[in-house]
Design a protein around this ligand. Sequence first.
Ligand SMILES: Cc1cc2nc3c(=O)[nH]c(=O)nc-3n(C[C@H](O)[C@H](O)[C@H](O)COP(=O)(O)OP(=O)(O)OC[C@H]3O[C@@H](n4cnc5c(N)ncnc54)[C@H](O)[C@@H]3O)c2cc1C
Length: 224
Amino acid sequence: MALGGLKDFNEITITDEAVALGAGLTNARLAAALAELPELRGLAQAAGRSANPAIRQVATLGGNLCATEFPAADLPPALLALEASVWLHRDGSGAAEELPLEDFLARRDQLLPGALVVAVSIPRTAQRSAHARLPQAGDALPVQIDLYEGAPSLGPLGAKGAGEIPILNVAAAVACAVANATGIRVQEIPLTPPRVLDPLCGEGEALDLGHMAQDWWGNVLAET
Ligand SMILES: Cc1cc2nc3c(=O)[nH]c(=O)nc-3n(C[C@H](O)[C@H](O)[C@H](O)COP(=O)(O)OP(=O)(O)OC[C@H]3O[C@@H](n4cnc5c(N)ncnc54)[C@H](O)[C@@H]3O)c2cc1C
């Protein structure tokens, strides 16, 4: 059966009270059609940043809500924040029934066999929304590791860490962001309010890290 031929399955209906999205709409179409509605911008961004351009051309709203084996779907969180509801046609029943998205997601394993999501409805509000996509394992770049013997070390007997490296970078990156924003280098983590405020107010003692080279390169390569 070609679901795309169903009436309203690929339609967007916007009224003053609600936005109805047909379950057959692709992520690409949602991203383009909703970007100008401030309250739905978060959903447009979630759709527009999901997967990759080729997938976005074919992946559908209904598929994103019903693909139970894909737990990292981008649309459900954005739709939950918008208090969306799902219109569901169940076995042989004439009319579609409206369910809060939260209920649908909690029970979709039981609800879905033999049922069809036909649309998603979102109440209109004066609020604005935005979406931030956190990097996932699949977004990680390949890393090549080169080991340099003899580089300076803080550890006893010249020991170096390897496993900590991806963990340490997070706090360092946040500290660098604070330094960029304030012009002050805070050198101790966690970045508690006093540790940030003191140097901003010209208080507190600067850390003495005399054993480390100022130039980062000096800390990773042995002197020749
Ligand atoms: C390589 C790759 C990367 C991806 N990355 C992301 C990502 O970053 N973010 C993200 O959000 N998603 C991602 N996805 C998931 C993608 O966006 C789709 O949600 C998913 O692949 C489902 O595809 P589809 O919409 O074609 O649904 P289908 O494959 O057609 O259907 C999936 C399941 O849902 C059922 N179904 C579909 N529509 C309905 C309906 N209307 N009513 C009832 N049941 C229905 C089908 O029967 C099937 O069981 C990715 C997918 C791939 C292949």
